[in-house]
Design a protein around this ligand. Structure first.
Ligand code: UD1
Length: 351
């Protein structure tokens, strides 16, 4: 049983990936400083799998603490690195926080990987590395434009660092460029769990529908797209998670042609923000209170994936539709509310 270290295992994609890895016979450990998460999602994975998962509450920006994890687990076969800040808007407001956190943690991790000669490394990158591309859909070869936000810039720099590292290292690397991860596990035991007010579209949609957010603002309807709102490629988080298992298998089977391979992970369908809102309303029969507002600084106009490479080489095929995304995201939001209500009732009984 190969041991995989998942960084950011308490997070949204990390927890779904832990689940997928366990389902495919891997032993997993997680590291997460819980600065933007808590242990609820890990508990969800434990519930689904019936397994206990070791999570190190460590900040990867602390080299000594990070090193200690590798010293304790010198049999790590692969690292999948999710832990990072990821909000486009916030990164525009607080650029240094993003550069410091996302890059220092990556470098510390790579230093440990080098010292312990970990064979495989998978990096959580983003379609944000393409900037505002000249043509869509984008392939892995599409020239990269300047990043539209410091968040995007940390992903471009992260990729550059890993590419240079891979040239001089025995570690085989894969960069996975996600499009827009959304939805939740069909069990509603894990899903996206924003600690503060969510920034990403789908949790904003579900929190508006449930009444936590009074109104959703669509950031701009004057973009050059079919209805004026931005266009994105929404990929179900379970499909995305499975791609990480396939990426590790791909490296184990030595199918990679270079030390650092790149794959787009999207559905290949471009959906506008307004279409996503309508899909949510239709599937769940819920009316959303939304308004049109100004553009959000840092947003890319339109992007969706050419997913041929991942399909052909990883054997990856997204199974979930946009409807599934909206249905599972809503089921998860309702579950969260149920849990909160139960918690409040229990507390009031105790008081
Ligand atoms: C970006 C990255 C994506 C990454 C994600 C992590 C790009 C093109 N994509 O996604 O790869 O996984 O960050 O956070 O950079 N919107 C609203 N109202 C809201 C929230 C969002 O209109 O309240 C709109 C945004 O303006 C955007 C779309 O919805 O057009 C999606 O936004 P969001 O979910 O934040 O993701 P991206 O910024 O596209």
């Amino acid at each position: 049983m190969k041991k995989i270290l998942v960084t950011g295992g308490c997070g949204y994609i990390g927890s779904h990936t832990l689940l997928d890895l366990i389902g495919h016979g891997y032993e997993v450990i997680s590291v997460d400083n819980n600065s933007r998460s808590n242990t609820r999602l890990i508990q969800g994975v434990e519930k689904i799998t019936g397994r206990k998962i070791k999570n190190y509450k460590v900040d990867l920006c602390d080299f000594d603490d990070t090193h200690a994890i590798f010293a304790e687990n010198d049999d790590i076969a692969g690292v999948i690195h999710f832990a990072a800040y990821k909000a486009v808007g916030e990164s525009v407001e607080r650029p240094l926080l993003y550069y410091q956190n996302n890059l220092a943690s990556l470098i510390n991790l790579l230093r440990c990987i080098e010292e312990y000669q970990v064979p495989y490394f998978v990096f959580s990158s983003s379609c944000t590395v393409y900037g505002n591309p000249d043509s869509i859909p984008v392939t892995e070869e599409t020239p990269q434009k300047p990043a539209e936000s410091p968040y995007g810039s940390t992903k471009q720099m992260g990729e550059t660092i890993i590419q240079a590292f891979a040239q001089k290292s025995s570690t085989q690397c894969i960069l996975l460029r996600y499009f827009n991860p959304a939805g939740a596990h069909p069990s509603a035991l894990i899903g996206e769990l924003p600690i503060d007010r969510p920034q990403n579209l789908t949790p904003v949609i579900t929190q508006t529908a449930i009444g936590k957010i009074p109104q959703l603002t669509v950031f701009g309807n004057d973009y050059p797209t079919r209805d004026g709102s931005c266009l994105r490629d929404f990929i179900h988080v379970c499909d995305l998670a499975h791609a990480h298992t396939l990426a590790i298998q791909f490296l184990i089977e030595k199918k990679n042609k270079s030390n650092c391979e790149v794959f787009n992970l999207g559905t290949g369908d471009g959906i506008t923000v307004l279409e996503a809102i309508r899909a949510f309303e239709d599937v769940n029969d819920v009316k959303l209170n939304y308004t049109i507002g100004p553009r959000r600084p840092g947003d890319v106009v339109a992007i969706y994936a050419n997913k041929d490479k991942a399909e052909q080489q990883l054997g990856w095929k997204p199974k979930f539709t946009l409807r599934d995304i909206m249905e599972t995201a809503w089921k998860w939001e309702k579950q969260l509310q149920e849990d909160e209500t139960l918690f409040t009732q229990q507390n009031s009984r105790l008081n």
